[in-house]
Design a binder for this molecule. Structure first.
Ligand SMILES: CC(C)(COP(=O)(O)OP(=O)(O)OC[C@H]1O[C@@H](n2cnc3c(N)ncnc32)[C@H](O)[C@@H]1OP(=O)(O)O)[C@@H](O)C(=O)NCCC(=O)NCCS
Length: 175
């Protein structure tokens, strides 16, 4: 069943094999990777794009989405579902190609994706971690109704090897 979540500034949809070509130049950018988890490949190759899209095609639950702006691939957003003692929770991650920054796209994408996670995945808690200098990302979460829950001192390291405080943001499903 195809998934498509419409917003005003963007649309979220499943990943397709045909995204690989556009994904590589968009994701192959140290400015995007700088404050992302080190599992996001950098440099980002065609093999990385193909692997990512293949993994999404094989996923038990669709929880990763391509972000489209005006019909063009612009980035990615998605959830990792908590297992075992973390059942009922999901962690949120997202990134946008640089030329799409500063237009309110991610503020909207995080809002609609989180609502989707509450409605469809039925998780009670969505959370995200942010490296302290990534002010734009903290702002995106605040605008989407996430609350800063914790600051972990010197807990995380960016791609350039710089150590940062880590912020934990979360939003609960309204009861
Ligand atoms: C962080 C990121 C997702 C922001 O996406 P975006 O679509 O440009 O954000 P928006 O346009 O919705 O802006 C949201 C708010 O953050 C502010 N903002 C965005 N980037 C900012 C920056 N670098 N510094 C300060 N404020 C910033 C905007 O002004 C806006 O606030 P306002 O409405 O009060 O003016 C995007 O820059 C990105 O993909 N970065 C690389 C990947 C990444 O770091 N992902 C998050 C990992 S936790």
């Amino acid at each position: 069943m195809p998934v498509s979540i419409a917003g005003r500034a963007c649309r979220l949809r499943q990943w397709f094999g045909s995204d690989a070509e556009a994904l590589v130049p968009l994701a192959n950018d140290p400015y995007i990777a700088r404050y992302l988890s080190h599992v996001f490949p950098q440099p980002y190759t065609r093999a990385d794009a193909d692997r990512w899209i293949r993994e999404q095609g094989n996923a038990e639950t669709i929880a990763q989405f391509a972000i489209e702006v005006d019909g063009e691939l612009a980035g990615g957003i998605g959830f990792l579902l908590g297992k075992g003692e973390r059942i009922g929770t999901a962690s949120l991650g997202y990134w946008l190609g640089k030329r799409f920054w500063g237009r309110g796209v991610m503020s909207e994408a995080v809002k609609v994706a989180t609502q989707w996670a509450f409605d469809t995945l039925r998780v009670r808690r969505v959370w995200a971690n942010v490296m302290e200098p990534n002010v734009g990302s903290s702002r995106v979460l605040e605008k989407a109704g996430f609350r800063l829950e914790a600051k972990m001192t010197a807990a995380i390291c960016d791609r350039r090897g710089m150590i940062h405080d880590e912020y934990i943001f979360a939003r609960m499903r309204p009861s």
